[in-house]
Write a protein of this length. Structure first.
Length: 511
């Protein structure tokens, strides 16, 4: 007799198939399908427990809603369309990109990042109209949108989900985070709440807004990343989402699956201007902090140390003898600032604030920016290679950075030294008109050279090389030579560029 076709084998095979099918459909009576004479070949109680467990899980899945219709029905009435009008002296521009791109001309971000919801130039004379989105955060008509949607607006109107239109007043704006608070007169408006928890990468997200003026529209996706820096400002900390958002979605909310706001949609990455599945939202905790201040006093005040800072790159860390490329490098303390009063010097590296480690310059800016002026803070820093702790009281961040005279881009005298290996030519600052008389001016930069690759430009003023002040081109060469004799792979230049001061590490292998 063929063992594979025996009645016993056929019976066992049939019963195993029956058990599998029963488990799938979630019937808990699997034990009734198992013949008692199979004995130890089947774990009777284990199979039953497994069937019951899967049945319970199937029941739980069946109880969860399919799709997002219930969530959308709950939150969509709180989302509004925002329309603005403003008077202008007129412009000959007809391209949307000039209005949409918040980055400097020729910057790496100019081509690919778009704000959406910024005003477009009408063909009509001297009138600009814009359209974005927003959402109510209280029943008495307070609503959040983007600063770039309502800035300089002569009038603001909002349209609710039920088609009603209201006039709105701009309560306050915060250009640094691109947020604005507006107010509609009335009561009992539907509103939404901010999420308490930070979303995780991979969590579902719903974007609701008014893309292209079509009216309330919903798209879904996931959180793709957190803590994104897109180069739009010192407080960049965006949530990246892949829910399709487009022009007109700006200022609209991004929701989690509980219907709470996790962020405000504000920018997209797009070579074409349309959605490619990369959008950026301002995190809810930032929005809450800013909106609270706007509601109370119409503006935002932030703590201020009074230093120009920059990241610690691996080259800079190597030139300074640091073990890790972390912290925020102080390029220049500002006169009469809390930093100067606390003894912080150019070249110090701030490593922590109130015991919280500082990963980079951007994190330091965010940490200090969330604190109120007058707050006492403790900073750990590296000063001349040694650990140091200082305590200071935060000042108030100025509304606008004071402009500084930019040195002339052309020398009145020929360059006194040329360094072909690093790719620049130099002249004493006191011989270059507008350079200020201190340091050594970069009078020429070779395209594709080391200096150009590391950001040096014609008109930059080199103040220090290797931590020592320089007055002549020979001082620069001596600094390079000293660093090489000390066995360093790169040397740190302290450079004044326009109104800012920064550190640049140039590799010595080419000098």
């Amino acid at each position: 007799m063929d063992g594979n076709n025996s009645p016993f084998r056929r019976s066992l095979s049939a019963r195993r198939v029956a058990l599998l099918a029963t488990t799938i459909v979630g019937v808990g009576a699997a034990a009734l399908l198992v013949a008692p004479n199979l004995g130890p070949q089947i774990d009777l109680f284990g199979a039953t427990a497994q069937a019951q467990n899967l049945s319970e899980k199937a029941g739980q899945i069946a109880q969860k809603p399919v799709g997002f219709a219930d969530i959308v029905a709950k939150v969509k009435p709180a989302v509004i369309s925002v329309q603005v009008k403003m008077e202008t002296k007129g412009s000959t521009s007809s391209g949307d990109d000039e209005q949409q791109i918040p980055f400097p001309p020729n910057s790496p971000f100019e081509r690919f990042f778009r704000r959406f919801g910024m005003p477009d130039l009408n063909h009509g004379p001297e009138v600009i109209t814009g359209q974005g989105s927003g959402f109510f955060i209280s029943g008495d008509g307070y609503a959040v949108t983007n600063n770039h949607v309502v800035q300089d607006a002569e009038s603001v109107k909002v349209t609710t989900d039920d088609g009603k239109t209201y006039s709105a007043k701009v309560i306050g704006t915060d250009p640094r985070t691109d947020l604005a608070l507006i107010k509609v007169d009335g009561k009992d408006f539907p509103y939404v709440k901010f999420a308490d928890a930070t979303p995780r990468v991979g969590d579902w997200v719903l974007a609701v807004g008014n893309p292209f003026g079509l009216g309330g529209t919903v798209t879904a996706g996931i959180v793709s990343a957190r803590g994104r820096d897109i180069g739009s400002g010192p407080y960049d900390d965006f949530i990246q989402i892949d829910a399709p958002v487009n022009k007109g979605n700006s200022g609209g909310p991004a929701f989690d699956v509980d219907g709470n706001v996790i962020g405000v949609n504000t920018a997209i990455y797009s070579p074409s201007g349309g959605s490619v599945g990369i959008a950026f939202a301002i995190p809810a905790d930032t929005v809450q902090s800013v909106v609270e201040q706007l509601r109370e006093k119409g503006s935002v005040t932030r703590g201020w140390i009074g230093v120009q800072i920059q990241p610690v790159t691996p080259d800079i860390a190597d030139s300074m003898g640091l073990k890790q490329a972390t912290g925020a490098l102080v390029a220049e303390p500002q006169p009469d600032s809390p930093a100067v009063k606390a003894g912080i010097k150019s070249g110090d590296v701030i490593t922590s604030v109130n015991g919280k480690a500082v990963r980079d310059a951007r994190q330091l800016a965010r940490l200090i920016g969330t604190m109120a002026p007058g707050t006492s803070v403790t900073l750990d820093l590296i000063h001349n290679g040694e650990q140091k702790t200082v305590t200071l009281t935060l000042g108030t961040l100025p509304n606008q950075k004071e402009a500084a005279n930019e040195p002339s881009k052309h020398s009145d005298h020929g360059s006194e030294v040329n360094n072909p290996k690093l790719g620049f030519s130099l002249a004493p600052a006191d011989k270059v008109s507008g350079a200020g008389g201190k340091g050594v001016v970069v009078t020429a930069v070779a395209e594709g050279g080391v200096a150009a690759d590391h950001g040096l430009q014609v008109g930059d003023v080199i103040l220090e090389v290797g931590g020592k002040a320089v007055v002549t081109p020979d001082d620069v060469n001596k600094g390079l030579s000293d660093a090489r004799q000390e066995g360093k792979h790169s040397v740190l230049f302290r450079v004044k560029s326009g109104g800012d001061t920064k550190f640049v590490a140039l590799p010595l292998g080419n000098a």
